[in-house]
Design a protein. Structure first.
Length: 359
């Protein structure tokens, strides 16, 4: 990997390689862009197949955070950290405190939080070394699980998309297929059920499916069948990369709106969805509720303000659709353009309109 070439190509400010011999910590902190404010993004712990895979993941995720914060109207930049290690055995206090000292050394240019493989407990350890952390426990000034706010944002984005596609805002009688009933999917089902939608659900965990059937009178389908089910809305809330050459031709919905990150396997799949007449509510626009929650927590904003901001995802999605229509571009490109224009305004120059994916 030609690191400086990649950094130049994708506009990275700083990539920090962290090594602590006494604890065995190996981490990468990628600060993509601090035009709008300090770089905010979670810390992932993962068993990467190679060092290059870890660096690439940190870069890809950090850049995604810049776009997510920009479109959400937050005054934060984009960054991300990855720790190379096994979350089952390597999550020691010493290691996370060592990581916290590296975060501290950046002097507030990067603010960390939990992500895949890390939890509130590890962020509390980081907090012992630095104030530049959010997502800590209430004892340490945190505000707990961001998933309910992520689900609320997805719900709002979905409502805006339903209105755009069907001309009506109400979800009463709409059929929504939810893939993944984890922290976000479960909360989303609750909101959808409350709004009068019919639910079709799938998860690899039997107990999660049973709960949805019992609580929300949901209809269950096998994991693979979720792509074939006739429905009004498909809500991917499990994994990234689910919209690809294999799945898009099978979809029988008018709208895709869900929480999963990086739903489009490649940039071109956003174009294919449009050709098929499926309205895509871009993932990083509708799933920004969790980021809004942790950002507000960091700034000490009251919960009512956070909720109002998350509800504002409805208007943000409307803005994305309006631009897509007026510029004749797919919705995922419209979201990127809004982010790039906000960043360019911050830098005081014109935005290039390139694709946001690629790392
Ligand atoms: P989670 O791990 O709690 O839940 C994921 C669920 O998906 C699990 O129940 C898992 O069994 C299920 N699943 C995995 N593979 C599946 C498959 N092939 N078919 C059906 N179900 C499958 O995760 P989460 O926190 O609910 O997040 C869901 C998605 O939303 C992730 O992509 C995450 O990156 C994204 N996201 C989450 C948040 C948040 O606040 N938690 C914020 C932004 C984005």
């Amino acid at each position: 990997m030609e690191l400086f070439t990649e950094m130049t190509r994708w506009g990275f400010e700083q990539v920090v390689f962290c090594h602590d011999a006494s604890t065995g910590l190996r981490a990468v902190i990628a600060v993509h862009d601090t035009t709008l404010g300090p770089a905010l993004g979670g810390c992932r712990m993962w068993m990467y197949p190679s060092e290059e895979a870890a660096v690439r993941d940190a870069l890809r995720l950090a850049r995604g955070m810049t776009y997510k914060a920009a479109v959400a109207g937050l005054n934060f930049g984009g960054g991300k950290a990855v720790i190379l290690g096994d979350p089952r055995t390597d999550r020691t206090e010493e290691r996370f405190r060592a990581f916290g000292r590296f975060v501290q050394a950046l002097g507030g240019r990067y603010i960390t939080a939990e992500d895949v493989g890390t939890t509130v407990r590890e962020m509390d350890w980081v907090r012992l070394e630095t104030p530049f952390v959010t997502g800590t426990s209430p004892d340490r000034g945190g505000a707990g699980d961001p998933s309910p706010m992520t689900a609320l944002g997805v719900f709002q984005g979905m409502r805006a998309a339903v209105r755009e596609a069907f001309g009506e805002e109400s979800l009463v009688g709409m059929t929504v297929a939810v893939q993944g009933l984890g922290s976000v999917g479960r909360h989303l089902c609750e909101l959808l059920h409350g709004a009068g939608a019919h639910l079709v659900v799938t998860d690899l965990r039997e107990e999660a499916v049973e709960e949805a059937v019992r609580r929300f009178r949901a209809r269950r389908v096998e994991a693979e069948a979720v792509f074939d089910i006739p429905c009004d809305v498909f809500a991917p809330c499990a994994l990234g990369g689910v919209l690809d050459d294999r799945t898009i031709p099978r979809l029988k919905c008018r709208v895709v709106a869900g929480s999963a990150n990086n739903q489009l396997a490649e940039d071109r799949h956003g174009f294919i969805l449009r050709e098929r007449g499926i309205l895509y509510a871009p993932d990083y626009v509708v799933n920004a509720g969790g980021l809004i929650h942790v950002a507000a927590q960091y700034k000490g904003e009251p919960p009512e303000r956070v909720r109002a901001r998350v509800e504002g995802i409805y208007e943000t999605v409307e803005r994305v659709f309006a631009l897509a229509k007026s510029a004749g571009i797919p919705t995922h490109r419209a979201a990127d353009r809004i982010a790039e224009e906000r960043l360019a305004e911050g830098r005081g120059r014109t935005a290039p309109h390139g694709p946001a994916v690629g790392l």
